[in-house]
Ligand binder design. Structure first.
Ligand code: FE
Ligand code: FE
Length: 189
């Protein structure tokens, strides 16, 4: 674990390293609340932005090379690929083979249908870690500690609203994630 932390410190800017630590700690704490392996959650949190500082060009090239392009939205917004590309690089470069960790990293930006608990935890830990400071973050933290899926739904709703306001492209996986949460019965409508 210390090795991975040192590697992320070297690989990312100071700010993003601190963000990664915040996500790891938040993920561990949520894991303890929701019956998920806390070490696994911490590791996924530390590593989740492994590919975040690649250039758009690199993300697109790697995305094509590893067949990770699912949607034209990723061509227009290559940053959407930092999750999937990160998961592939972590497997190839660091030998991370835990499929739950890799899925959580892959889907941490968009969410996805059928998200397991670890994937939900990383998605929302990314949103509410202690360095995050936006209006409503306290309420979102509270919601998340009361009901994990409700927190994720709230996070998705906020992101989708923001994307609509900015007239940006909405990734279909975020729609799938949201519909799945609503259909799963885990959340209030
Ligand atoms: Fe990210
Ligand atoms: Fe992040």
């Amino acid at each position: 674990m210390e090795e991975y932390t040192a590697l992320i410190k070297k690989r990312l800017s100071k700010k993003r390293y601190e963000h990664s630590l915040g996500v790891a700690k938040t993920a561990r704490s949520l894991a303890l609340s929701y019956g998920v392996d806390p070490e696994q959650a911490y590791l996924a949190g530390i590593l989740h932005d492994y590919a975040k500082e690649l250039t758009n060009h690199e993300l697109l090239e790697l995305g094509k090379m590893y067949d990770l392009i699912l949607d034209d939205a990723e061509i227009r917004e290559p940053a959407l690929l930092h999750g999937p590309v990160g998961a592939v690089l972590l497997q190839r470069e660091l030998g991370i083979n835990n499929s739950e960790i890799l899925a959580a990293i892959r889907y941490h930006t968009t969410g996805c249908g059928n998200m397991d608990k670890l994937t939900q935890i990383i998605y929302i830990a990314d949103y509410i870690e202690p360095n995050r400071n936006f209006p409503g973050v306290e309420i979102l933290r509270e919601i998340t500690y009361n009901n994990l899926s409700q927190g994720v739904l709230q996070g998705l709703n906020q992101t989708i609203k923001y994307i609509l306001e900015k007239n940006q492209l909405l990734h279909f996986l975020s729609v799938q994630a949201r519909n799945w949460l609503l259909l799963s019965g885990a959340v209030k409508k």
